[in-house]
Design a protein around this ligand. Structure first.
Ligand code: SF4
Length: 351
């Protein structure tokens, strides 16, 4: 531990200071900007997160403006990033900070972690980067770097302890960013660039000859595949019917073309007819096929078959959804959707 700890101070931190990539949240570092960037970086790479971050900050430049926004506006700015509960929690937390902390981001680890949607990782990142608290972060990059530096197969709890021990007191923000940067740019999952690594002189994984043996990977689980049917229901005014998913469901608060999962023995058209009856209380007839969209979520893959439809009887009511509305095609993009539904809109716009 001692040699590695020494190398962190004498090799890793100087390397980071000379090689750190420029990122918008690294300049003008405020707790608010750190918070938004950390949440986005938990689900996407730096190059993909950057345009989202810039767009989000332009629309909500301060905590106050985020707290005052509608949930729908926040989801619209998060559209395409996935993990929408993070956006809903972000919005809730901004309102709590505005109402209970006088609009100032709380500055202790405990208070930060009490906010909705902030776990130990995000609290450590905000605490160290924005308030210089001595908290070590443990994300996927840090887990890989530590497992290789120590050539160990330790549990998350043990790795957290190692990170806490290695932490350079009084310089936690730099330490955390340096570890994450090393994992993201040098100690790569499949192809670690050991020749360029500032820690190569003390790395036990490299010494073992097989650094990629660390960390030990859990065997991949087979991901289920589901087939879904959805309808683009049109009326005589050139409008289409969209439904809003319930907040407590996956993709909660987003809008969608109504539909659902195909059941055994059903055709896709039968599935769509049943789903629209259950979700909105309407009887429909399906028409032309529009598009099939394939999408992979973290825990399942999906193919979504979309057909045009018309209402045969009944008026839409929000039964298994939060809300519904009719919108003309040019206005469809004014509300937030999942990536799969955005592809349906693209197909509609191309017709
Ligand atoms: S020497 Fe290689 S395996 Fe060890 S930390 Fe550096 S890049 Fe990773």
């Amino acid at each position: 531990m001692k040699t590695i700890k020494r190398a962190v101070a004498t090799k890793l931190l100087p390397w980071f200071s000379a090689n750190k990539r420029s990122m918008p949240w690294r300049s003008n570092r405020t707790p608010y900007r750190v918070w938004i960037s950390e949440l986005m970086l938990q689900q996407t790479r730096v190059d993909q997160a950057t345009p989202y971050f810039n767009r989000f900050i332009k629309r909500f430049p301060s905590l106050k403006s985020l707290a005052a926004a509608s949930q729908e506006d926040v989801l619209k700015m998060w559209e395409g990033l996935g993990y929408y509960s993070r956006a809903r929690n972000l919005h809730k937390a901004a309102q709590i900070i505005a109402n209970e902390h006088g609009g100032r981001f709380p500055g202790t680890a405990e208070e930060i972690q009490n906010l909705p949607g902030i776990g130990s990782y995000t609290a450590a990142a905000i605490g160290s980067l924005a308030f210089n608290l001595d908290l070590a972060v443990l994300d996927g990059n840090v887990i890989r770097v530590l497992s290789r530096l120590f050539a160990c197969t330790s549990s998350k709890k043990e790795l957290q302890q190692m990170a806490d021990d290695l932490l350079v007191k009084g310089d936690a923000g730099n330490f955390n960013e340096a570890m994450m940067e090393l994992g993201a740019t040098v100690c790569l999952p499949k192809n670690p660039q050991c020749c360029e690594c500032p820690m190569s002189g003390v790395c036990k994984g490299l010494k073992s000859g097989n650094p990629t043996d660390y960390p030990v990977k859990a065997p991949k689980k087979k991901i289920p595949h589901i087939v879904v049917g959805a309808a683009v229901v049109t009326n005589g005014k050139g409008e289409v019917l969209i439904a809003q998913r319930r907040n407590e469901d996956m993709l909660g608060g987003l809008w969608e073309f109504p539909g659902g999962k195909q059941e055994p023995g059903e055709t896709i058209e039968q599935c769509i007819v049943r789903e629209l009856k259950e979700e909105l209380g309407i009887n429909i007839v399906t028409g032309d096929f529009l598009v099939t969209v394939k999408h992979a979520y973290s825990h399942f893959t999906m193919e979504l078959h979309t057909y045009f439809a018309k209402i045969k009887s009944g008026r839409p009511r929000p039964i298994h959804c939060q809300n519904f509305q009719w919108l003309g095609i040019p206005k469809l993009r004014t509300v937030p959707y999942s990536k799969a539904d955005l592809k349906i809109i693209e197909a509609l716009e191309k017709r």
